[in-house]
Design a binder for this molecule. Structure first.
Ligand SMILES: *Cc1c(COP(=O)(O)O)cnc(C)c1O
Length: 226
């Protein structure tokens, strides 16, 4: 299925300038990404390390690659040379490895703390108390190669817009509170929330990055394992 150029142009036109559109290209072929790139899109998001590494090698070098999936420590090394922003830092134990691999490449890596805001148990992320503990680590500047830029969250998978709105508002509130507690030299200014079904609501609630997949690339088909 080709990319939806009309949807792309509509979204670009409607989002305010302070909001970044990340085109979520997981499971989609190189040609589709290139087609969107040719229309001017530069921020792309992937969930799987191996897929991201293969696409990065095959596509233009000025693409900003966002890792939006659940990251395993032993795979950080594959994306450390080039990743633009890691959205899903959902446990403290990832940080030493990101710090180490960033250092090896002489980089500082930008990350977001993922907060658990959905009702589903299966979604990853910190709760409010755990984030308070993270702030303390941050204040000790234990990880000089990591730059915490803000937070990411995923709302419940539901048609209930009232509930989704409450979850986004909760995340925004946590984000604002943590921003006040961050050391003053940090640019804690990035809030990644909103997907194909709820990006307008997310922007209204204060999102600065929306992660949109199926609206641009069509529904995803996952092949069954053989
Ligand atoms: C797949 C995915 C998206 C995009 O979802 P759509 O509903 O297709 O827009 C956004 N964020 C994360 C973390 C994802 O895994």
């Amino acid at each position: 299925m080709p990319i939806d150029i009309t949807a792309y142009q509509r979204i670009r036109a409607e989002i305010p300038p302070h909001v970044t559109l990340v085109a979520v290209s997981k499971t989609k072929p190189i040609e589709d990404i290139q087609a969107l790139y040719d229309l001017g899109q530069r921020d792309f998001g992937e969930n799987y390390v191996q897929e991201l590494v293969e696409k990065q090698a095959a596509l233009p070098t000025d693409i900003r690659w966002h890792f939006i999936g659940h990251l395993q420590s032993n795979k950080v090394k594959y994306i450390a040379p080039f990743v633009h922003l890691i959205h899903g830092v959902d446990r403290a134990s990832l940080l030493p490895e990101i710090n180490k691999q960033a250092g090896k490449h002489g980089r500082t890596i930008d990350v977001l703390w993922q907060m658990h805001i959905a009702q589903e148990e299966t979604k990853f992320g910190f709760d409010a108390d755990e984030l308070q503990a993270m702030i303390k680590t941050e204040a000790q500047t234990t990880y000089p190669q990591i730059h915490v830029r803000g937070m990411m969250g995923m709302a419940s998978f539901t048609d209930n817009q009232t509930q989704v709105k409450q979850e986004f508002e909760y995340l925004k509130k946590q984000f604002d509170q943590l921003a006040l507690q961050m050391p003053s030299n940090t640019n804690f200014d990035t809030l990644s929330m909103g997907m194909s079904g709820d990006y307008r609501l997310a922007i209204a609630c204060g999102s600065t990055i929306i992660r949109v997949g199926s609206l641009l690339f069509g529904a995803r088909q996952y092949s069954n394992p053989v």
